[in-house]
Design a protein around this ligand. Sequence first.
Ligand SMILES: [Zn+2]
Length: 338
Amino acid sequence: MRGAVLYAPGDVRVDDRDDPKIIEPTDAIIRLPATCVCGSDLWPYRGLDAAQEPSPMGHEYAGVVQEVGGEVRTIKPGQFVVGSFFASDNTCELCQAGYQSSCIHREGVGGAQAESLRVPLADGTLVATPDLPPDDLVPSLLAASDVLGTGWFGAVAANVQPGKTVAVVGDGAVGLLAVLAARQLGAERIIAMSRHQPRQQLAREFGATDIVTERGDDGVARIKELTSGLGAHSVIEAVGTQESMLQAIRSTRPGGHVGYVGVAHGVELPGEELFFSHVHLHGGPAPVRRFLPELIDLIWSRRIDPGRVFDLELPLEQAGAGYEAMDQRRAVKVLLRP
Ligand SMILES: [Zn+2]
């Protein structure tokens, strides 16, 4: 099969790779009608998580089950399924508490920018759709696998509540879908922080009521201005840098919540400032599996359309050009068609 491989920073190529096979009896093999590039794939692409050897890329997936191992009970060949970047048993104490991305048996799923994929712990990881989806729902179901699930977790971790004010730091796909999540969870005022006109527009379509173009201390000051000097009740951090994390914490009112879902790179928090902030911090790799049944239902009934974050579609063979477009911020999110 064909699949995208990162050889070195800035160097993604589509190669012949071995077809995935059942290794453990709890595995499933799924065929991918579409795949995509994640903002977090840009960290290694930019050389920030330097891989020592060529790495198959991609961790977002939805597709049709081709084959299952002998111990798979609920997932069947022919089903259309959505999973997440961490496989989970969905039965251990941490999974039952809703933290499947910390499952005691968790396993990373990688190499999803390809024609097909092996998914471990199929019964615990995969959620089947009610039927085979119409083609136009595939991008949204694929978005549920990571960026929507992650944005949703950011909103839940930030304790978004009906009638409250939410600010979102970051205008990538996760930030934009955190806006959508905040809207669905009933927030009254949703402030999207973005300097890019097309992203501001999408944020508004997803439910943002205000746009703040300033960053850093100026961005914090603007959020305070919009909230009677107090800060937002809930702030979702969807970048992962020192600046974005401090911007999120400082934009939150005392007693408020930060949900941080940008993969942290070099973030160090000042303890004394944190102590006096009275802010709740919660985040981490999203337990997407917790939210998948609800997200699939919202997509299936066409109440949300998260697939609109895909603003560039390319053949899988042009994955390298897709990475380049996202790296240069010419695209919010790239859909790849095997
Ligand atoms: Zn578990």
